[in-house]
Design a protein around this ligand. Sequence first.
Ligand SMILES: Cc1ncc(COP(=O)(O)O)c(C=O)c1O
Length: 306
Amino acid sequence: MSIARFAAPAPSDGIAFVGGQYVPLAEACIAITDRGFVRSDATYDVVHVWKGRFFRLSDHIERFHASMAGLRMSLPYSRKEIADILHECVRRSGLRDAYVQMTCTRGVPPLGSRDPRECENQFSAFAQRFVWIANEQQRREGLSMIVSSHQRIPPEAIDPRIKNFHWLDLTMGIFEAYDRGALVAVLPDRDGNVTEGAGFNVFIVKNGVLATPDHGVFEGMTRRTVIELAEELQQPVEVRPVSTAELRAANEIFLTSTAGGVMPVTTLDGKTVGDGQPGPLTRRLHDFYWQRHDELLLSTPIDYAI
Ligand SMILES: Cc1ncc(COP(=O)(O)O)c(C=O)c1O
């Protein structure tokens, strides 16, 4: 009796679109000489699917195009065709909650060439299970964060508004957080202002006023949503430099990400933030953010039928 040594991947393990084909995520490959791989010469965007609906899909695709334009990349796909491909990845996976990435890599240069203009830009995408920055208990009780000793790459060197693969500063921050017994790290800039961390933006609340850094950060979709929700709640938001001293003196701190929504931080560098519980404004914005997912205004339902 022969026993299959490897089970075939299930659709719910993820579906990718690469080289113009839909394939199981585990089998998706790109050329190792693609500059996206050897030079981090790539841009991407991540949109999530929640309860069978994309959240802000057209805004994510618009931002993806802006990132491509910033890197002088282009693809033969229209916005509608990209949306259709992402839908198809999710539909084939059958996932109701999913993490969906679209990527444009520079492509493979002709042999002997190092001229990025000679590459044909490549599109790939995938849908996989929802990826969370923090688990359910951490999201409920609050995350532990450190202020990293690693500085964020300055925006004058690499524009962080273009979503990019230059993650080594953020990755070193993750290791430092673990070494110091925390879950996440926020990186300062060279002037001692707060920037962001691996996959998230940062907000503080002080005396009832929200503040989030204005520069040196990726302008996250969740950050944008929170600013809009706060305005609806007539809750003042300041988009301005936020110093690490202000972060330490905040009444509330929360993080925003497509990979988790609004997440409270209850310890910073081992010290309690506020009273050590997720703050009232953080909880309100958290609830409001997830409620928004049920409204058709910002969400696009997926048709799972074949
Ligand atoms: C560096 C960085 N900052 C912030 C964010 C949060 O952006 P969004 O809310 O669009 O997920 C991300 C998302 O991956 C990121 O990579």
